[in-house]
Design a protein around this ligand. Structure first.
Ligand SMILES: C[S@@+](CC[C@H](N)C(=O)[O-])C[C@H]1O[C@@H](n2cnc3c(N)ncnc32)[C@H](O)[C@@H]1O
Ligand SMILES: [Zn+2]
Ligand SMILES: [Zn+2]
Length: 754
């Protein structure tokens, strides 16, 4: 009856209900895309299975059958209440999905969240049938005898691994050892994601809180590190994220293929691409004249002097090149080459980009590439590429960047759509590789080829900032750098492929049990109440990173986008402030509490430097009915780039260990003065006990010794958070520390760090 088409790999079905992507999907060569991402609709399937006619269903819902049919087919995005009705009637919606936690005072607090306000025309129907009956009968075949594991939208089979009757591991006390895990591992490097958490650290927690066979849920899974850690340890993982880019990455991380098969495919792709690579990237060795591939081309914006109005090239004027790349830099302030007035780089109006340098390897010795100014041949090549244009039969995304916080800068710079985020040459190369991947016959390898391409992310776009020491910059914004490094896409692809192959060959060969769904954590109707053994998660931290914006670049290639209606974020463009953030986070935590077994634990990671965000976070946890029973730091060894450069960011994540509260949580609503007193006491005590622990050791940046305020702040939060309302920001905290130190200095000089 409802046979699944054998699709990508073991149980790989992707379905998308996003309108924009579907339209684009259809507008574009369906065939090729279908090779990558087949579309099917489970809403229709659910209804048909129960033998209910479309017309009858539409009548019950009081909506037009034509509209419902489009919803079912995923041509318009399915409104929440329709999904809810379908689940209630045909699916696995638990009875108590809508009830807030048991405490009276919480009922008021949670009134704004989804609480029993829907009246359904068929509420008198008998209870939801057993889940097993709902699973489609898939014809037994070695490849397709597992239920679908991954959807780019609601996965109706999300919870078929759970067993609500099995009690969770008995864990009376929270985990207490400090967690510190390095970021340089194969898993970590395989595919970038903003704020990744190293799985080695997560494993410690999973080991402590669960036993083999238990179900671990991460409702904000990002790149799936919880899933990697859990499945490698024989736990089952349920992974949810709002962003299809995130779940796409997660799925690929959890389905490693043999490295040799993957590398064979990569070599084959590169061989096939050789001719194009020569056409796009050939240059000449300036010493021996041989034709060699260009490894990169540096582009610099021309800028206008604010005083004399004349144009000059940033590269020529702002470049401060020294013998050691580490000491070289692009100056942020310099005099105008024409009128001599002092100029600030960031205030200059940009004109257009000029090629200023090429890098290649040929007859010179050593590891370093040869660099030269672009010559006539290089310029002629660029002109030819622009003239020829990308072949018509190659697809690439042209989606306009949505209005947003991180998209303001590129849009203002004229980078208004995804295709403009690449040089014509890089776009051609990307489109070519994407095309080869899409036509790859082996579906398992095909998605790994896509994955290799998405892993390039901003490295091959115009957002890639030039650096003298190589390397790549921040991935948490779309800043348009004054000086850009255009990499040879094929070489970048090859390099990334090797990194991924290390992951593949090091990934433990275990049978992994997991389900992945693309949906909001605020509402998990597929997961029965009290069915999850342990929740390990890392929700968005206020407005630190605008995930749906930053994932847009990936999603445009994947042709499906985040529905950001319920994105938990502080973001002007979405009209979401602190209140909305708190509301949505609470909603997600209420859901987390509902699905968690009564004696199960939830470990939740967080970091933010704003007192307001801390307060919201703390309130959300308590409102949702959790009690914080322990806290410690999760030291990611070195912070993300953003943390490294911005002074008032907290570099340590905190892990909060929570259980379902047995009674309403009392937090002392202390005024600032009282909290200040507490902090002063805390600082005095901590620094006099072990001041050396708080001196920053910079490994590769020469800086004077400095107190690690972040660590102190994180530790203070850890002691204060379960009991005190957090109303002190990092900056404020810092100034208190300085005060305490100088007071002590005056008295004796014991405390100041050496
Ligand atoms: C801090 S990141 C998680 C990163 C992850 N720990 C990792 O290692 O990659 C938070 C995630 O929450 C997702 N998110 C935001 N709002 C959401 C919602 N309402 N439901 C589910 N996920 C959401 C974002 O897309 C983002 O991937
Ligand atoms: Zn000037
Ligand atoms: Zn040479």
């Amino acid at each position: 009856m409802h046979r699944h088409r054998p699709l990508l790999s073991r149980g790989f079905w992707i379905q998308t209900v996003d309108r924009k992507s579907i339209q684009r999907y259809n507008a574009y060569k369906y065939q090729r895309l279908a090779g990558g991402f087949p579309v099917r609709s489970y809403l229709r399937e659910m209804r048909q299975k129960s033998g209910v006619a479309l017309k009858a269903m539409a009548r019950d819902l009081g909506i037009d059958p034509g509209f419902l049919s489009r919803v079912e087919r995923g041509l318009v995005s399915a409104p929440d209440h329709i999904i809810e009705v379908y689940y209630k009637r045909f699916g696995t919606l638990p009875d108590d999905i809508t009830s807030p936690p048991e405490f009276g005072y919480l009922r008021e607090n949670t009134a704004q969240y989804r609480v029993t306000q829907f009246t359904f025309p068929f509420e008198s129907k008998p209870p939801v049938p057993a889940r097993a009956d709902l699973l489609p009968k898939v014809q037994a075949s070695p490849l397709h005898d597992v239920p679908p594991v991954f959807y780019l939208s609601h996965n109706p089979y999300l919870a078929d691994l759970t067993d609500p009757t099995r009690p969770p591991k008995f864990v009376p006390l929270p985990y207490t050892n400090n967690i510190s895990a390095g970021k340089n591992s194969y898993v970590y490097d395989a595919h970038t994601y903003h704020t990744k958490v190293p799985p080695e650290g997560l494993k410690l927690l999973i080991k402590y809180y669960t036993r083999s066979g238990d179900v671990v849920l991460d409702p904000f899974c990002g790149s799936g590190m919880t899933g990697v850690a859990a499945t490698e340890m024989g736990r089952k993982a349920i992974l949810v994220d709002l962003s299809p880019a995130a779940t796409f990455i997660t799925w690929n991380m959890l389905t490693p293929v043999p490295a040799h098969r993957y590398l064979d495919a990569i070599h084959c792709v590169l061989k096939q691409a050789m001719e194009l690579e020569q056409r796009l990237y050939n240059t000449h060795c300036r010493v021996c004249g041989r034709t060699v591939p260009m490894l990169y081309m540096v582009w610099s914006y021309g800028v206008l002097c604010r005083y004399c109005g004349r144009e000059f090239i940033l590269w020529d004027v702002a470049r401060d090149e020294r013998p050691s790349p580490r000491e070289s830099k692009i100056r942020t302030e310099f005099p105008c080459p024409y009128c001599g007035k002092n100029l600030k780089k960031r205030l200059l109006k940009k004109t257009r980009r000029y090629p200023v340098q090429v890098g290649y390897k040929c007859c010179q010795r050593g590891l370093k590439e040869a660099v030269a100014s672009p010559d006539e041949h290089d310029l002629a090549l660029l002109a030819k590429i622009e003239r020829d244009g990308i072949p018509k039969d190659l697809w690439y995304p042209v989606d306009p960047f949505p209005e947003g916080v991180n998209t303001r800068q590129p849009i203002a710079a004229g980078i208004t759509s995804v295709d403009k985020a690449y040089t014509p040459r890089a776009l051609w190369a990307m489109a070519y590789l994407w095309d080869v991947a899409a036509r790859w016959p082996d579906p398992e390898i095909r998605t790994k080829l896509f994955f290799t391409l998405t892993s390039l992310y901003q490295r091959v776009t115009v957002f890639a900032e030039f650096r003298f020491w190589g390397g790549s910059g921040n991935t948490a914004n779309f800043n348009v750098p004054g000086i850009m490094n255009e990499q040879n896409v094929f070489r970048a692809f090859e390099r990334k492929a090797y990194t991924i192959s290390w992951y593949l060959s090091n990934a433990p060969k275990v049978a992994r049990q997991f389900r992945i769904s693309t949906q909001s954590a605020c509402w998990l109707p597929q997961i029965p109440s009290k069915s999850i053994d342990y929740i390990l998660t890392d929700p968005p931290f206020g407005g630190n990173i605008n995930y749906s914006e930053m994932n847009f670049l990936w999603e445009s290639w994947l042709r499906t986008f985040t529905d950001n209606t319920e994105e938990i974020i502080i973001n002007d463009s979405q009209g979401k402030g602190l209140e909305e953030y708190k509301k949505l986070l609470t909603k997600a935590l209420v859901e987390a509490r509902r699905v968690l077994k009564d004696d199960g634990w939830m470990s939740i990671m967080f970091h933010n430097s704003s007192a307001k965000v801390w307060e919201a976070f703390q309130q959300a946890i308590f409102d949702a009915g959790f009690a914080v029973e322990g806290i410690q730091m999760f030291d990611k060894k070195h912070g993300t780039f953003k943390q490294f450069v911005s002074e008032n960011a907290v570099g340590y994540n905190l892990v909060l260990h929570c259980r379902k509260a047995q009674a309403p949580q009392i937090i002392e609503q202390n005024g600032k003065a009282e909290v200040h007193r507490q902090i002063i006491g805390f600082i005095r005590e901590t620094l006099s006990r072990s001041r050396d622990r708080y001196v920053i050791k910079y490994s590769h940046v020469p800086r004077k010794k400095e107190l690690d305020y972040r660590k102190l702040y994180a530790e203070w939060l850890a002691t204060a958070l379960p009991v005190t309302r957090i109303n002190i920001s990092f900056e404020e905290f810092r100034s208190i520390v300085d005060r305490v130190i100088s007071e002590h200095d005056a008295a004796n000089s014991v405390i100041r760090p050496k």
